[in-house]
Design a protein around this ligand. Sequence first.
Ligand code: GLU
Length: 281
Amino acid sequence: MPSVPYRGRLAPSPTGLLHLGHARTFWFAAERARAAGGTLLLRNDDLDAIRFRLDFVEAMIADLRWLGFTWQEPMISQSARLPRYRAALECLHAAGRIFPCTRTRRDVLEAIGAPHEGGADDEPVYPPQFRPPIDAPLPPLGETIAVNWRFRVPDGETIAFEDARCGPQRAVAGRDFGDFLVWRKDNLPGYQLACAVDDAELGITEVVRGDDLIKSTFRQLLLLRALGHAAPGYHHCPLMLDAAGGRLAKRHDALALRTLRERGVTPTEIIRQFHSEPVKP
Ligand code: GLU
């Protein structure tokens, strides 16, 4: 028996309607929690100021309930936890682990000298020549941040973890991924920082999410270590693909849970199709 009870999370972003792919990932998360006799939190990842909509928050809660998911109340909204992320940023700043970055995406693409291919994780490796020298004094953060701040990754270090579903995973910092955003110039934390802080501070024992986020896990492991937190376990599930083999996006309205419901599809029918993929104990 593990000494700490299992605690997982469902972490939807209210930037669109939930679709079948989200339901499947959340079903894996719920099954993992159930099998371990643990609990789930609902985390509302509402830090995308541009795409956020309150009606999507209401819709995601209603859709999750309709499917029969349960979680420990109250729901945690990231927008209510900004002081926690800011405290973490200050720790990273005091330890000299971050630097301000005024480069645009275009600067980065030009510097790497090739049209970026994109892909599941389409963030190009940040060019090391854009970093300030390691011993350059850092400017203060200031109360309102108006510049991007990036985490300086330990070049050449292999980061490894054992994924409960995908097995051993490794990536080399500075080669497979580069310095990444931790705070944005619109004065909001980046996804990596908010997620790492939440997983640690909310006592998440296992993160279950789509395998498009495996690269993010390496970044979050670096942040957790830099902040002195233990890492949770990880279980990345394969993403559901559309008929053409592409990624299901929120714009695939035909697969939105809302649309299926309106067409008379029942939660049981939806969940039944997920059972073909066994959930590892
Ligand atoms: N809100 C994020 C997403 O929908 C969740 C990421 C995570 O589970 O860490 O992609």
